[in-house]
Design a protein around this ligand. Structure first.
Ligand SMILES: NC(=O)c1ccc[n+]([C@@H]2O[C@H](COP(=O)([O-])OP(=O)(O)OC[C@H]3O[C@@H](n4cnc5c(N)ncnc54)[C@H](OP(=O)(O)O)[C@@H]3O)[C@@H](O)[C@H]2O)c1
Ligand SMILES: [Zn+2]
Length: 371
């Protein structure tokens, strides 16, 4: 069953509380953090919260910044993402900000759709959060932002239903054992810390929770490497990173890094001891499909990857038949290497090659994965 790419976002005190026990909402974020969350909202298709967060905090769940709203409209999206609530009791007030602020479409999932919300929301019966996420995916939600509360975050973590966690740690202590706390349950793989940012005293920790999140993160690093390539009129700019099974970097490289014809994957592989045992569980991330034919050197990258014993390749952009007719994906797949394409990043991987591509299709019509 497929689900959207799911990003959990919350703010906690140093001692792990999401709120205190008072009637007022405890503000743990500062303006810089709210602004960063506003960007996350602008980048998603839907925002989900639990019913108790609506009852306690009365959040608006809209994109605040007019420029971000305009940018969404320019991308043919509504100014605000879809708002999603889950409830078992159906005890939600149609006068709360969730329903009244903004023009976003609203969806409420409940085991039996509450009659008192008829007319203010689309009501859907769903059994458990896994089913909710599957239904959202079926409705076209690709990126979901979850903004709490404690119970919803716990269930998604325990069910291994989240891809990323953005945890903002505020410099304060709550110390009230009855207050809601951020709790998880070890679900799938070990979280990988992917970034730490200080936003004026609020520390934002970004964790990757799923293979999909690890893949997106490292493929973006490979694409950033591609921007470092010396320019060429006759060859692509490509970046590559080799990462071990635990999600840690082994080596990276980019086209023309050490000489005029070296390819990105080759440049990264040249930095690794061929006997390094981590290669047997590694993934190589490349902004472009690894080549299978080469004019300038005898061994194409697909062959080098197989020779290194790397069992998994993730790439963004399928090589257009411009310089040579590449069959790297097929060749690696036939050799038993797992090959995954993230076509949603193909545009970013093309960007530094735009000068080579005038007149070729602007998307990747035959993008596919072999596993
Ligand atoms: N610091 C932060 O970033 C942050 C963010 C959000 C919230 N919060 C805080 O978190 C607290 C709220 O958290 P919470 O744990 O009490 O509540 P919550 O997670 O917001 O909502 C829990 C409610 O969601 C519904 N629900 C849960 N699982 C469901 C399922 N599988 N299917 C359908 N409905 C389901 C139930 O609603 P019914 O009760 O209606 O049946 C349940 O009571 C508040 O104090 C708020 O201030 C903090
Ligand atoms: Zn190559």
């Amino acid at each position: 069953m497929s689900r959207p790419y799911t990003l959990l976002s919350c703010a906690v005190s140093i001692d792990g509380y999401l709120d205190d026990t008072s009637a007022q909402r405890l503000l743990l974020s500062n303006e810089a953090d709210f602004d960063a969350v506003d960007q996350l909202r602008a980048d998603c298709d839907a925002i989900l919260v639990g019913a108790n967060t609506i009852r306690r905090d009365n959040p608006r769940l809209v994109v605040r910044d007019p420029a971000r709203r305009a940018a969404r409209v320019a991308r043919a999206l509504p100014p605000d993402p879809l708002k999603v609530a889950v409830t078992t009791s159906g005890d939600l007030d149609a006068a709360s900000n969730f329903f009244t602020v903004g023009d976003a479409e609203k969806l409420v999932y409940a085991p039996t759709p509450p009659a008192r919300l008829a007319g203010v929301a689309t009501l859907v019966a769903a059994d458990g959060l896994r089913a909710v996420l599957a239904d959202l995916a079926a409705r076209g939600v690709q990126r979901l932002l979850v903004e709490g509360g404690a119970e919803i975050l716990r269930q998604l973590l325990a069910g291994d239903l989240a891809d990323e966690l953005r945890l903002a740690v505020a410099p304060r202590l709550v110390g009230e054992p009855g207050a809601p706390r951020f709790t998880g349950a070890p679900g799938g793989r070990q979280p990988v810390l992917a970034g730490v940012t200080d936003l004026g005293g609020v520390t934002v920790l970004r964790y990757l929770l799923s293979q999909a999140a690890v893949d997106r993160h490292w493929l973006r690093v490979a694409i950033a490497e591609a921007w470092r390539c010396p320019p060429s009129q006759t060859a692509y700019s490509v970046g590559a990173v080799i990462v071990d099974a635990a999600g840690r970097e082994i080596a990276r490289g980019y086209s023309r890094e050490s000489d005029e014809v070296v390819h990105a994957e080759e440049a990264a592989l040249a930095k690794v001891d061929p006997a390094d045992p981590r290669l047997a569980g590694a993934t190589i991330y490349s902004s472009l499909e690894p080549c299978s034919v080469r004019r300038s050197r005898s061994a194409p990258c697909a062959t080098l990857i197989r020779a290194a014993g790397i069992p998994r390749v993730v790439y963004a952009w399928r090589e257009p038949a411009l310089f040579v007719n590449g069959r790297g994906v097929e060749e690696l797949g036939t050799a038993g290497v797992e090959v995954v394409q993230l076509p949603e990043l193909a545009g970013e991987a093309r960007a530094m090659n735009a000068h080579l591509l005038a007149g070729t299709p602007s998307h990747d019509p035959e993008g596919f994965s072999v596993s």
